[in-house]
Structures are given as structure tokens and as C-alpha cells.
Design a protein. Structure first.
Length: 230
């Protein structure tokens, strides 16, 4: 299969790459702005998959150029995992317009632009998986400092439902996983000292299975994946 993973340089994205690289002979395009970490991940990955690193800033980059770069390596797509995300933990009254733009651009706009630019490449029965958060899951417990993060992840969830409806005629399934806390660098930076109950490796294992098989059972679903939510 041809697979694209954004936010692949660390955390769940990195572990997803490692998991999928060992599950068959895939061609995996990994996207992140950290070129050095992408190269290191290519060296770390084991298995028969072909790992293709592309350095790109999802918050400010030219998505048309990114799509052209991806087309140099693959002519069709079976799985896209919009995993990239950013988290700013800041009291509501201290948030800025720049904070708003950063979180919306990375957490929502990147998934919209990449999916749209690559739309002609998706094969029938392909699967787009958008990685949201329990913070953006309606009715879940909310936490101080995460208003914009939660709002951006909620927007991604609704975008996923709308994409699934519009892409039915293309036979593309779109689902959204609302993740609870996992032990990642991003969580540690936002919540120093907090010990999440699930490892990035275990979370990635579930997401890898879901990306490969979930479209056979779900479409347009927002599925919580959580033991707890910090």
C-alpha cells in the first residue's frame, strides 16, 4: 500500500511509521518539518517497506508544491493519516491571534489542504484517518488552558464527517480518532510531570490497525480512543 503520515518525526507519528513499516511491503511517505528526525526515522525503521521522507512546514508551507513532491514518489494513495498536531497550553485570556492561527493551521487546515490537493490520487476504497483529541469530542471533560487546542480538534472532527459525506462518490472513507492522553513529547511539553496511561507505541499500534482495516466497518465516524483525558 501507499501510505502518507504527517507529523511523523516524533510521538505517535513516529511510532505509526515504525509499526506500518513492519507490516508488509508498503511505500510510506512521512512528512514533518524536522528533516534530521525524518532521516533518523528512516534508518530506524525495520521491514520491507520503502520510507520516503519529505521535510515540510504544515503551518506555512505551499501545499501545491508538497503535492507535486509526493507525486514524484507515488502515483496513487491508499491511506492518508493526518496525524500532525500542535498544542499550546495557555489561559484563555492570555491567548493571542497568533496562537489561534498556529493551532488552526496545523490541527485543521493542514488536513483540509493536504486531503484536497491529493484528492485525484486516492484509489477506490482508500482511507483518510484524521487524528483528533478527546478535547475536541463533544460532551467530554474540558480542561483549562486547552480552549483553542480543543476547538481546533473539534473542528477537525466535524470536517471529517463532512469529508466522508462528500467523498462517498469517490469511494474514499474518512474517519476521525479522538485520542486521549498518550505518553508523547507534545504532552510532556504541555503538561510537565503528567504521566499518561497509554504509551505512544500502544496508541500507534491501534491506529495502524484501524488505518489498514477500519474503512471496512466505519465511514464518517468520530471514534473516542481513550482511557483518560488530561
Amino acid at each position: 500500500m501507499n501510505i502518507i503520515i504527517t507529523g511523523a518525526s516524533r510521538g505517535i507519528g513516529k511510532q505509526l511509521t515504525l509499526k506500518l513499516a513492519g507490516r508488509g511491503k508498503h511505500k510510506i511517505v512521512i512528512v514533518s518539518r524536522n528533516e534530521e528526525k525524518l532521516r533518523s526515522l528512516c534508518e530506524e525503521a525495520e521491514g520491507s517497506s520503502d520510507i520516503i521522507p519529505i521535510s515540510f512546514d504544515l503551518s506555512t508551507g505551499d501545499y501545491d508544491a508538497l503535492a507535486r513532491d509526493i507525486r514524484k514518489h507515488i502515483s496513487e494513495i491508499h491511506i492518508l493519516i493526518n496525524n500532525a498536531g500542535t498544542l499550546i497550553n495557555k489561559k484563555f485570556g492570555h491567548l493571542t491571534a497568533g496562537d489561534f492561527d498556529t493551532m488552526m493551521n496545523v490541527n485543521v487546515k493542514s488536513a483540509f489542504l493536504l486531503s484536497k490537493e491529493l484528492l485525484p490520487l486516492f484509489e477506490p476504497h482508500s482511507h483518510i484517518v484524521n487524528i483528533s483529541s478527546m478535547g475536541g469530542y463533544q460532551g467530554s471533560i474540558k480542561f483549562p488552558g486547552l480552549s483553542l487546542y480543543s476547538a481546533s480538534k473539534g473542528a477537525l472532527a466535524i470536517l471529517s464527517e463532512c469529508m466522508a459525506e462528500e467523498l462517498k462518490d469517490h469511494h474514499i472513507s474518512v474517519n476521525c480518532l479522538a485520542l486521549g492522553a498518550a505518553r508523547t513529547e507534545m504532552l510532556a511539553e504541555a503538561f510537565p510531570g503528567y504521566e499518561a496511561p497509554v504509551s505512544a507505541e500502544d496508541m500507534a499500534s491501534y491506529i495502524a490497525d484501524f488505518a489498514l482495516e477500519g474503512h471496512k466497518y466505519y465511514n464518517g465516524k468520530i471514534l473516542p480512543l481513550s482511557l483518560s483525558t488530561p
